[in-house]
Design a protein around this ligand. Structure first.
Ligand code: NDP
Length: 286
């Protein structure tokens, strides 16, 4: 199947497909098959993380696919436990080894906790060495993002944050736009929370285009210039989620969707002290 997926151009000139495939919560023992199916469906942009425990399986699927490396866009992330300059470099080497790759396309600071300035210095170096073609962050609120920019040589290329119809992040996106940082959504379907897949507003919009709720949500994000990485373990849904480039939402539909924003997270508030402790101290290796 062939899908022409448009790229966005990051602030360092690197091209990134606006739609990719996420593997959070895909069990390691299922991940090789799931990623093999995603690649066969036409996905070329994959999003994993050291903390997902499935980098090795992603790497095996990449190797088995025979797809030329330059046609793929591979993202992984540095966990808070590995924040710091030396620890960051070691964590990157370990991720690269597990993935079986010579470089990644995007390396992200997974959480705004611990010594992420040290991690960022390591990442800048990896970027200069060509080992990470682009570097960025995840779960950074605008204040942390601006602080990192003001005190670093290289601005992040991407900020990957929770973004879906119930938490749209328009103000965050404005700051990112002004600073030249690409907005990337995680949890585009809010993992189905708030009955997203049977939401009457989105279902109604989908009906007028012959499209599903999932397709309307992805299309809405793409029309907002937000990079998306939906996850599914099912091949039929992988195909559904990639078929979003043959229709367009009208301005009126875009504003109806804008009206769904609650301005609040459905997952973790990254500024909640209890979350800062819980996520920030989670260990993923010895
Ligand atoms: P999503 O919002 O992508 O939702 C995934 C859920 O939706 C799964 O339960 C899936 O079920 C279901 N689903 C997928 N497609 C359809 C469809 N067409 N119709 C009905 N149900 C569907 O959640 P994620 O949290 O996985 O977010 C996407 C990616 O973002 C992650 O995989 C990860 O790569 C990244 N992420 C990053 C975070 C960060 O901190 N940086 C945090 C969370 C996610 P099924 O699989 O059974 O089809």
């Amino acid at each position: 199947m062939s899908h022409s997926i448009p790229n966005v151009t990051l602030n360092n000139g690197v091209e990134m497909p606006i739609l990719g495939f996420g593997v959070y919560q895909v069990p390691p023992e299922e991940t090789e098959q799931v990623v093999t199916d995603a690649l066969a469906t036409g996905y070329r942009h994959l999003d994993t993380a050291a903390a997902y425990g499935n980098e090795e399986a992603v790497g095996r699927a990449i190797a088995a696919s025979g797809i030329p490396r330059e046609e793929l866009f591979i993202t992984t992330k540095l966990w808070a436990q590995d924040a710091g300059e030396d620890k960051g470099k070691r964590a990157f080497d370990a991720s690269l080894q597990r993935l079986g790759l010579d470089y990644v396309d995007l390396y992200l600071v997974h959480q705004p906790y611990g010594d992420y300035f040290g991690a960022w210095r390591a990442m800048q170096e990896l970027n200069r060495q060509g080992l990470a073609r682009a570097i960025g962050v995840s779960n950074f609120h605008p204040d942390r993002l601006v602080d990192l920019i003001e005190h670093s040589e290289t601005a992040p290329a991407v900020n990957q944050i929770e973004t879906h119809p119930f938490f749209q992040r328009a103000a965050d996106q404005e700051v990112m736009r002004a600073k030249g940082i690409q907005h990337q959504s995680w949890g585009p379907f809010a993992e189905g929370r708030n009955n997203l897949f049977s939401d009457p507003v989105i279902t109604g919009i989908g009906a007028s285009h012959g499209k599903s709720v999932a397709q309307v949500v992805l299309r809405w994000l793409i029309q907002r210039d937000v990079v998306v990485i939906p996850k599914s373990v099912r091949a039929d849904r992988m195909a559904e989620n990639i078929a979003v480039f043959d229709f367009a939402l009208t301005d009126e539909e875009m504003s109806r969707l804008a009206g769904m924003d609650t301005g609040a997270t459905l997952f973790f508030d990254h500024r909640d002290p209890a979350m800062v402790s819980m996520i920030g101290t989670r260990r993923i290796h010895d």
